[in-house]
Write a protein that binds this ligand. Structure first.
Ligand SMILES: [Zn+2]
Ligand SMILES: [Zn+2]
Length: 242
């Protein structure tokens, strides 16, 4: 069974949030049988300005739902140029860091940039989860055998060899790959290789809207699409966070 956890959920502290909020997310988690949830708003600068308000609200909602839900402090941190953009002192205050590559600068070798960023996240010592690893704004990401070749248009062609390198390091570093409902990511081959390489998976809604929380059938479908048996999956154990 897919574990009833969700370690990537947005709230009122994300500018792209629709109807989500710390309290609303928590209430719905309880309704949907979710046992552990992390509220992970966007970390796009060294010291996110919303941090104090976020911790205060998280504490208030934690108390309200005590005994019914484990609510974790988290953040979805941008990876730019191979580095997490939020200061490590801030990241140490969190239970869960999801590291995501959202953009690729114009004119760079896109596949090389992806590899540098994802390896940077894995080696940071701060990231616990790789966020939507094959979704990047404005691009289509494909896995290819052998040389990647020149990308045509806004396509990132990742050599399978680089993907395996990233996955092996992720396994060794204890970094998980998420199944991301919001972006319907990663692509099936990436999921298959992650499971084969023994990398942990975690079901994450990446909810910006409450309707995105707790869609268990999609996670099952994502495993089926990857040709993976649910029993073969090593799920992230939230008891081992922090
Ligand atoms: Zn994201
Ligand atoms: Zn997100």
């Amino acid at each position: 069974m897919i574990p009833r956890i969700d370690l990537h959920v947005h709230s009122q502290f994300s500018p792209c949030a629709e109807n989500v909020s710390v309290r609303g997310d928590a209430a719905l988690a309880v309704e949907k049988g979710i046992e552990v949830m992390a509220i992970t708003d966007h970390g796009t600068e060294p010291q996110p300005r919303w941090l104090d308000r976020y911790f205060a609200e998280l504490e208030r909602v934690r108390r309200e739902f005590e005994g019914r839900l484990t609510l974790l402090a988290g953040m979805e941190v941008d990876v730019v140029d191979g580095r997490l953009v939020v200061e490590s002192g801030v990241l140490r205050r969190l239970d869960v860091v999801v590291a995501s590559v959202h953009e690729i600068p114009q004119g760079v070798d896109a596949a090389g940039y992806w590899r540098r960023c994802v390896l940077g996240a894995v080696r940071s010592g701060s990231a616990r989860v790789l966020g939507h690893p094959t979704w990047i704004y404005g691009y289509r990401v494909e896995l290819v055998e052998g040389e990647a070749g020149a990308p045509e248009g806004r396509v990132v062609r990742l050599p399978v060899e680089h993907v395996l390198e990233v996955l092996d390091e992720a396994r060794e570093a204890g970094v998980a790959v998420e199944l991301n409902y919001h972006h319907r990511d990663p692509n099936p081959l990436f999921v298959k290789l992650a499971v084969e390489r023994g990398v942990e998976l975690v079901p994450d809604s990446d909810a910006h809207n409450l309707s995105e929380i707790g869609n268990w059938s999609w996670y099952e479908q994502a495993l089926r699409a990857a040709g993976v048996r649910p029993e073969a999956v090593r799920w992230l154990d939230p008891g081992k966070l922090g």
